[in-house]
Structures are given as structure tokens and as C-alpha cells.
Design a protein around this ligand. Sequence first.
Ligand SMILES: CSCCC(=O)C(=O)COP(=O)(O)O
Ligand SMILES: [Zn+2]
Length: 218
Amino acid sequence: MTATLEQRLDAFRRLDDAKLTFARRDWFPGTSGNLSIKIQNDPLQFAVTASGKDKTKLSPEDYLVVDQDSRPVDETALKPSAETLIHAVVYKSFPKAGACFHVHTVWNNLISELYFGQRAFSIQGQELIKGLGIWEENARITVPIVENFADIPTLATEIEKVITPEVPGVLIRNHGIYTWGGNDFEAKRHLEAFEFLFEYHARWLQLRQAVVSTTTTN
Ligand SMILES: CSCCC(=O)C(=O)COP(=O)(O)O
Ligand SMILES: [Zn+2]
């Protein structure tokens, strides 16, 4: 069965909301980023942003519906995001995922490069970890980091190998983050929590270095 018009319009409207919210935060520099909302699992169909668009703007040609092979379900001149395969990997790995968001920010890029040697970024004891749906006392999370392969099928395969149900995100080195959730509300909350944790950690490292330099020179 294919998605109904009502289901498509609902997904497109939700994508508009998420896109404009993230655009206000400058999370789509240089047309980067892509967003999707799942419409159905069996067979998989999801609405995804069209490739190369200015994601700070709304237009009638912003989204299309694709299938499990990332191919458009309808006749369209629009090209799905170049990274649609990664959204498909997320939905196939986690059938409960209902939305998947990808942004490039300075903070997620800095963290991805700083910790690429360990192939993961870990952080503990931060209140915003609860924003990821993890409520245990003094929780520690580990976000995997993969190489930024230019070949998207290779990148998607690498992502498929490292993503886990415990932590709803993956960093791509010097590229950005993919995060997901049961629906668009949850995926947005996860993205905001991740971005807070990345920025906090990067700023904390800077501040600590400044304090160490001041105390050793005085
Ligand atoms: C100019 S950003 C390079 C491609 C990218 O990483 C991205 O997120 C946007 O690609 P899309 O095809 O979804 O527009
Ligand atoms: Zn990207």
C-alpha cells in the first residue's frame, strides 16, 4: 500500500515545522542538512527533503516520498536528498523510529574531529542526557563517530554497523550528526540535547585550557 495524500501532507507539514525551527538556529549552512519523517513501515515509505535546496526557505517543491530503496514513489522531477540511504538505514535498523534529522553545526563538527581517534564521544553526568530519554543516575552516553566517506552507500553501511538503540545518534567526521526518534517531537528533542552536550563539552575544554594557562603563567 502506498501513502495516502493525507499522510503525505501531514508529513510535509511536520517537516516544514522542523525545517523552519532549525533554520532559525542556522543549522542548515550552505544548503546542508536533510530531514525525514516516516509514513509507513511495511513497505517502508518516508517523506524526505529534496536535494540541494535552500533549507531556510519553504517552497512547494521541498519534499518527496521515497521507498525502502530510497527511490521516489511518484513521478517527480525532484531528487531525494543525496543522503537518503542513511535515513533508510535508520528506519530499517529501528522500526520504531518515526523521524530522522541531520544537521551540520560547528559544534558537532568540532566534537567529531576531536574524538575521531576514539571513534566515539562519551559524556557523563549532564542533565541534558535525559533529553535523549536516558534517565539513569549519573548516566554516561557514547556517540559513535564514523569516517566521512564520500560514497554514500559506504557511509550508510558504516553507520548501520555502529548505531545502537541506546543512543539515538551518530556523528560523521567533519560533517554532522544524524539523530532519530519515535516521532518528529522526539527526534527534535534528541537533536537539541546532542547539540547542547557538544557545545557544552567544547566550551568546557576551552575554558579549562584558559584557566590552566592563566594559573601556570601567574
Ligand atoms: C552542501 S552540503 C553537502 C551535502 C550534505 O552533506 C547535506 O547534508 C545536504 O545534502 P542534500 O542532498 O540533502 O541537500
Ligand atoms: Zn550532510
